[in-house]
Design a protein around this ligand. Structure first.
Ligand code: 5GP
Length: 190
């Protein structure tokens, strides 16, 4: 998606540890007209799927998932990062190691919001090592719902999550795939 790539080139900031900061339009301040274009692009790419629910993870996926959901006309469910260890039977849960914080979160979705009748699209802001996508897809599997695929805003193609998950058969549509980025801010796309 050319508009997005241009914006990443213009406003993205490369940080140590292979982290790309996009706080001025995606992760802190949010450019809603860009989000609308992103949502329409996800809708175009997944037009062949009977998606009736979008699943994301708090917190940075929520904004983009909500605007995309307007294009699909479906509700958004977000997996919550749960701090308590006692999980009752009313939730599906998975463990996700955070790329940016390095810690492991238990994430949960209430059973009442995902069922075998659902056709789910996962949406997230970034794809790096794939841990968030794996955890969310485990939750979808536990619920018996059908996973239509994943829509990712920015994939860091030089990290292995996308390759691994595609090889395992997951449909992933990434709107910008970064081939390489250097400490002095050079960003190249696939
Ligand atoms: P993964 O689970 O694929 O390793 O990482 C994806 C998650 O980590 C995303 O939900 C995103 O919030 C965060 N993340 C991974 N890489 C980056 C990055 O370069 N920049 C930002 N801002 N977030 C990232």
């Amino acid at each position: 998606m050319e508009l997005l790539k241009q914006r990443i080139k213009k406003d993205g900031k490369v940080r140590s540890g292979n982290v790309l900061k996009v706080d001025s339009f995606l992760n802190h301040q949010m450019d809603i007209s860009l989000f609308e274009a992103i949502g329409k692009e996800f809708k175009r790419r997944f037009a062949d799927c009977p998606i009736n629910k979008i699943l994301t993870i708090e917190s940075s996926g929520i904004g983009i998932a909500c605007i995309a959901a307007q294009s699909f006309g479906v509700p958004v469910v977000f997996a919550k990062k749960n701090t308590t260890k006692n999980i009752d039977g009313a939730v599906y849960s998975a463990q996700i190691e955070s790329f940016t914080h390095g810690r492991i979160y238990n994430v949960i979705v209430a059973r009442e919001f995902l069922s075998p009748d659902d056709n789910v699209l996962i949406i997230d802001d970034f794809l790096a090592n794939g841990k968030a996508l794996i955890g969310l897809s485990q939750i979808v599997k536990k619920s018996g719902a059908n996973l239509c695929g994943a829509g990712i805003v920015i994939e860091k193609g030089f990290q292995n999550g996308g390759k691994q998950l595609r090889e395992e058969g997951m449909r992933i549509e990434s709107l910008a795939i970064i081939k390489s980025m250097t400490d002095d801010g050079e960003i190249e796309f696939e």
